[in-house]
Write a protein that binds this ligand. Sequence first.
Ligand code: SF4
Length: 249
Amino acid sequence: MTLQSRIEAAAALDAAFASLDLAGRLQLVASLGGRAVFTTSLGIEDQVITAAIALSGAEIEVATLDTGRLFKETADLISETEERFGISIRRFHPAQDDIDAYAAKYGLNGFYESVEARHACCHVRKLVPLAKALEGASAWVTGLRRSQSGNRATTPFAEYDAERQLIKVNPLADWSLEEINAYVEKEAVPTNPLHKRGYPSIGCEPCTRAIKPGEPERAGRWWWENDEKRECGLHVPEAALPSLNSSSL
Ligand code: SF4
């Protein structure tokens, strides 16, 4: 697909999604031509999308970023999901040289010390592997939902991602958590046992805590930071993140 056709396809998907169910949305993405990749964090929304891809037969690759700091429950869920749906989830890992360079500069757990150090760790462990996962793709499917946080409240169904030059597709943008839970129950989708222990949003183990009653869904992510709009750069351009100079890792 040419750049112009990707821009036009993104607008067309955004307009079409409202009247389609999840399977229909995924089939439409697969029908665009080119390579479509869904990156899963194994969170409950992403488990719904993985299930829908497998059950609908939509030709969309499923990949995950294995940061090396995942909860054991999350790592176990990768294999369980593959078995449940008879699919293969491609793992993308950070480069050991990058991890060593990060540890030499900031310390292995240096992400607690500053926002800059935290974004540098996410860059090495998430963003570089993400770039590998999306290499040559024309569409990137994500599990973003508008009601996950104030920062995601305006998430479109689809948009042209100028930073990565592909169509970014959010087929669950308008879903509520109740709808997610209902789909999980109906299709017997395996989910991370941590969700039942107070973790609605699960990232790397050292950077995720359980939330308290009444807290927003993503309050347990990088909880030691004050910024209400905490993100890791996967869904916000790195240039927009505070204090990150990618040359500093
Ligand atoms: S979430 Fe934490 S451990 Fe994972 S990549 Fe980001 S800073 Fe590093």
